[in-house]
Design a protein. Structure first.
Ligand SMILES: [Zn+2]
Length: 321
C-alpha cells in the first residue's frame, strides 16, 4: 500500500469531484502501483462515484492523462445529452414544450441534462498541491484538441460528434478519410448538412468532395513546384551528353534536372534556384554551384536557335525525340 497523500482542496471546491465537479463522496488513489516513473508523491483525489469507477479502469502513468481519459469517458457516455446543446437552443426547446404535450417530459429535463453534462466535461479541477506546496507535474498527456474540447485522439473526436449530433456515420467516416485530421471542421460542416442521407446520395457527395480535394492538391503541388510541369520530358541521364561552353561544363545530371522539370529558360531556372540547391546540397556547396553555373551557361547558349541546331548534342532530346 502506497503512502497516499490527500491533495489540498480549496474552500470553494469543498466536496467536489476533482475530475468533473460533481459532489464528491469517495476518493481515487493515483498511481495504483508503485513505480520509478513517478516524480510526485502518491495522490489521493476526491471524486464522485462515477469518476472513481472510470478512473479505476484506466491504465496510465500520468495524472493528466488519467484526467483526459476520465473526461473522454464521460463525453462518450453523455454524448447524446451534450448533443442537445448543438442541435437545440434553450429557446427552441421551450417552444416545443408550448406546442404540445408529447415532448413535455423530455424537454423539461433535456436542457438540464445538457447543462449538467457540459459542466462536467468542461470542469478542469484545480491546481494540485499538498500541504500548501504546489505540485508542478508536467502535463505530458497527448490529446487531439478541437473546438475547445480535448479528446484522447482524433478518432475519439469523430465518434463523439457522430454520436452526439446523430450524424450519418457512413458519410462522416468517409469524409474524414478523404479530408484528414486537419479538415475535421469542414467534414463536420458537410455531415451536418446531410444528417440523414441515402447511401447513394452520400456517394455523390463524397465524389464531389473527392474531386475538390484532388483539384486542391494539384494546385498546391503546382505552386510548390513553381515551374511549368506540363510537357516535361523525363529523359534518363544516360542519354544526355555533357556540354562544354567557354571552358565550363554543363553536366548530364544537371541537364536532366532541367529537362525533367521542363525548365527551358534562364528565368525559369532562376525561379527554381532554391529547389536546385536543396536537391544538390548533398554534393557540397562548391560542386552544387559548379553544376548550377554549368546549366546557367547552357540555357544562355540555348537562347541562340542556330547554336541549338548546330552545336547542342542534346537538341533532339529537347525536342522530345
Ligand atoms: Zn466526477
Amino acid at each position: 500500500m502506497l503512502d497516499y497523500q490527500a491533495i489540498d482542496i480549496p474552500f470553494n471546491y469543498r466536496h467536489q469531484c476533482w475530475f468533473c465537479g460533481e459532489p464528491s463522496h469517495v476518493t481515487v488513489n493515483f498511481p495504483r502501483k508503485a513505480s520509478a516513473v513517478f516524480v510526485h508523491p502518491p495522490l489521493q483525489l476526491p471524486t464522485c462515484q462515477e469518476c472513481k469507477t472510470i478512473a479505476n479502469t484506466c491504465v496510465t502513468d500520468s495524472i493528466w492523462d488519467l484526467r483526459l481519459q476520465v473526461t473522454n469517458a464521460l463525453m462518450k457516455r453523455y454524448a447524446k445529452h451534450l448533443g442537445i446543446g448543438v442541435n437545440w437552443t434553450e429557446q427552441e426547446l421551450a417552444e416545443t414544450q408550448l406546442e404540445g404535450t408529447a415532448f413535455k417530459g423530455f424537454t423539461e429535463s433535456a436542457w438540464m441534462m445538457y447543462e449538467i453534462a457540459k459542466g462536467r466535461v468542461e470542469f478542469t479541477g484545480w491546481p494540485l498541491a499538498i500541504h500548501g506546496l504546489p505540485l508542478d507535474i508536467i502535463d505530458d498527456s497527448y490529446g487531439f484538441e478541437f473546438d475547445g474540447a480535448r479528446f484522447i485522439n482524433f478518432q475519439t473526436a469523430v465518434d463523439f460528434y457522430q454520436k452526439s449530433e446523430s450524424l450519418n456515420k457512413y458519410l462522416l467516416d468517409e469524409l474524414v478519410a478523404l479530408l484528414g485530421q486537419s479538415q475535421l471542421a469542414y467534414a463536420l460542416r458537410i455531415a451536418r448538412l446531410y444528417p440523414s442521407v441515402s447511401k447513394r446520395k452520400a456517394e455523390q457527395i463524397l465524389a464531389e468532395i473527392g474531386q475538390q480535394q484532388s483539384d486542391r492538391e494539384r494546385i498546391l503541388h503546382d505552386n510548390h513546384q513553381r515551374a511549368p510541369l506540363e510537357g516535361s520530358l523525363q529523359v534518363p541521364t544516360e542519354r544526355i551528353s555533357k556540354v562544354e561552353i567557354n571552358g565550363e561544363t554543363a553536366q548530364p545530371e544537371a541537364i536532366a534536372w532541367l529537362m525533367n522539370r521542363n525548365i527551358r529558360t534562364l528565368a525559369q531556372l532562376q525561379q527554381c534556384e532554391d529547389a536546385f540547391f536543396d536537391e544538390h546540397e548533398h554534393l557540397g556547396g562548391v560542386l552544387a554551384f559548379q553544376l548550377y553555373h554549368g546549366v546557367q551557361l547552357y540555357l544562355e547558349a540555348r537562347q541562340d536557335v542556330n547554336w541549338c541546331e548546330q552545336d547542342d548534342p542534346n537538341q533532339q532530346l529537347w525536342l522530345g525525340e
